[in-house]
Design a protein around this ligand. Structure first.
Ligand SMILES: [Zn+2]
Length: 191
């Protein structure tokens, strides 16, 4: 196949040269009230890749990003942390043939970090892309949670923009007796 980024022939959807030159993650943390949100890239760096979501090539790209970026982080985390921590992706619903956030949580699956797929779903199916903070505040995603209670959790999403989605998800999970340790996102629009 061809590298999605540079177009050269490659064994993978993002070639080794692009992995080592362009897509070098740097970890940053944004605080949303009590919740720390860790991101690995500025949104502009990843934008062409993230725009493939819900398209056929987006399946391979999201899977590759999960393996390249999130999996190394979680393997280090598992070495330090003892005990089980569940992974909860934001709104893992199938669109365009796959749930893009579920590709990320699946890439992070280890015996100590099992994903709870599709347990945190938005009941309000609107999309926030390109919408203002005011719009997002007036139109909450209205999450429902069907997973375990009394557990430690890492929240996962692809992008943080205003933070209203993660804030709402964190609030609901806390009310449901779930202890959210932190959130992981690939890219932060504020960086
Ligand atoms: Zn390349």
């Amino acid at each position: 196949m061809r590298c999605f980024s540079c177009g050269r022939w490659s064994w993978s959807v993002i070639c080794l040269a692009c992995r080592s030159m362009l897509f070098v993650p740097t970890i940053a943390t944004r605080q949303l009230g009590e919740l720390d949100v860790i991101s690995f890239f500025a949104y502009t760096t990843l934008a062409p890749l993230l725009h493939t979501k819900h398209t056929p090539e987006g399946y391979r790209i999201y899977r590759a990003l999960g393996r390249m970026v999130l999996r190394p982080f979680i393997l280090e985390f598992v070495e330090v942390d003892e005990g089980r921590v569940y992974l909860i992706g934001i709104d893992e619903v199938v669109k365009g043939g796959y749930a893009h956030v579920a590709l990320l949580t699946r890439a992070m699956k280890t015996p100590a970090t099992p994903p709870l797929h599709a347990t945190l779903l938005a009941q309000n199916p609107l999309t926030y892309a390109g919408k203002s903070l005011a719009y997002r505040m007036e139109n909450p995603r209205d999450f429902s949670y069907h997973g375990k209670r009394g557990i430690d959790v890492i929240l996962v999403d692809d992008i943080i923009t205003t933070g209203s989605t993660l804030r709402e998800a964190h609030q609901l999970l806390t009310q449901e007796g779930v202890n959210v340790l932190f959130a992981l996102t690939l890219a932060d629009a504020n960086r």
